[in-house]
Write a protein of this length. Structure first.
Length: 385
């Protein structure tokens, strides 16, 4: 759900960049960052997601700068020729600093009203290692940005770009880790909610526009500390943009992107409230093997955690194994992390990791792979966005 992550996270990085010159520290290994609490009142001047919209691809692969917050979220499971398993995450976040109506044309190449953040992570299952990295940059002087026709989003040499109608190239490297992938979209964009309008709260503006590319055939190369792996697998992309998505009392979410070996895909998310209950605006989308979709309300699926894992880094306790049931599909799935420690130790600590799936559909055995995102366990999101 989106992913790829976290309105509060993007607000934090915006202010880190803006206030850095004034002496506020950016977060290093264990450095504190300023506590920045903002109101749930919607910011003025930005466009809000207040109802269904018309979609136009490939233009809608690109940025929507009239909305304050936007992200492109790539995750996937890869295998080497020798059967080594890897998970990866490459996510880009855009944050508008001022509404489009307040923008002033400035001649400096450094002038911008957009800032960007990106996360890059690799899970090496056989070596029981998880690597995570974070970058920030202003959307100026070529440091970071996003474009349409063809779609591109980048921060430094971390980049995703459209090659043709359904093919994309993804590249990132840092600290002896290098990823270079080709992604082929098998099903095309999948709209969530009401025609891509994904409501997260009772107010019409507590929503986002949200679609996914749920089945991206993936091949390429992964280098870890001079060891080169030719890899193949499956990726998932979430693209979401909004101005004021969540509501008071919502403290985090559990988000699942699941790809089954019989060709179907499933996205579900649960928004958790401060009292421990599940928000009724949680939802999901079932995508069959032919790309046909069915929307799932919170009452049409159950998600139950059956195990936990406590992080030695943050001390947070996360759910680490789940049972998911969708009665209307006669679907029962067991979901388990491929590695317990896939915590993202970045500006806002969260868990994002590769999982394996076993279960049944209408009594038939199925298996699969996926990714899970868990926010609000190490640091509550309530009141921070």
């Amino acid at each position: 759900m989106n992913k790829r992550v976290i309105i509060v996270l993007i607000i934090i990085f915006s202010f880190i960049i803006i206030l850095g010159a004034a002496g506020f520290p950016s977060r290093g290994n264990n450095q504190e960052i300023p506590v920045l609490v903002t109101s749930f009142d919607p910011p003025t001047g930005f466009t809000r997601a207040e109802g269904p919209r018309e979609w136009d691809f490939p233009e809608d692969y690109g940025p929507h700068p009239d909305y304050q917050t936007e992200w492109w979220y790539y995750t996937g499971n890869l295998e080497s020729e020798n059967g080594d398993h890897f998970g990866y995450q490459l996510t880009f976040f855009r944050r508008a600093l001022i509404p489009s109506g307040d923008r002033v044309d400035r001649q400096s190449a450094w002038a911008t009203d957009q800032v960007y953040m990106a996360h890059f992570a690799i899970t090496d299952v056989e070596s029981v290692e998880h690597y995570d990295f974070e970058r920030f940059a202003r959307g100026a002087a070529g440091l970071a940005g996003s474009k349409i026709n063809p779609f591109q989003v980048w921060l430094g040499d971390w980049r995703v770009e459209q090659v043709n109608d359904r093919k994309f190239a993804l590249r990132a490297s840092q600290a002896e880790i290098e990823l270079d992938l080709s992604l082929d979209d098998f099903k095309g964009p999948v709209l969530h909610g009401e025609g891509g309008y994904s409501q997260k709260g009772p107010d019409p503006g507590n929503a986002s526009y949200y679609y996914s590319q749920t089945r991206l055939d993936t091949s390429g190369r992964l280098i870890i500390k001079n060891q080169v792996f030719a890899v193949k697998g499956m990726s998932w992309m979430d693209h979401e943009f909004s101005t004021n998505a969540l509501s008071p009392g919502q403290v985090g979410w559990d988000w699942f992107s699941l790809q089954l070996n019989e060709g179907s895909d499933l996205m579900v998310f649960q928004i958790r409230r401060i009292d421990g209950s599940i928000d009724p605006f949680s939802s999901g989308t079932w995508v069959d093997s032919q790309g046909q979709t069915s929307q799932l309300s919170n009452q049409q699926f159950t998600l139950r955690a059956v195990d936990t894992w406590r992080s030695p880094n943050s001390g947070a306790e996360y759910p680490s194994e789940w049972l998911l049931e969708v009665p209307s599909l006669d679907l029962q799935l067991e979901i388990k992390p491929l590695l317990a420690d896939q915590e993202m130790d970045v500006s806002y600590i969260y868990w994002e990791g590769a999982v394996k799936i076993e279960g049944t559909i209408s009594g038939r055995q199925v298996s699969g792979i996926g990714y899970v995102e868990l926010t609000g366990y190490a640091e509550s999101m309530e009141g921070d966005f």
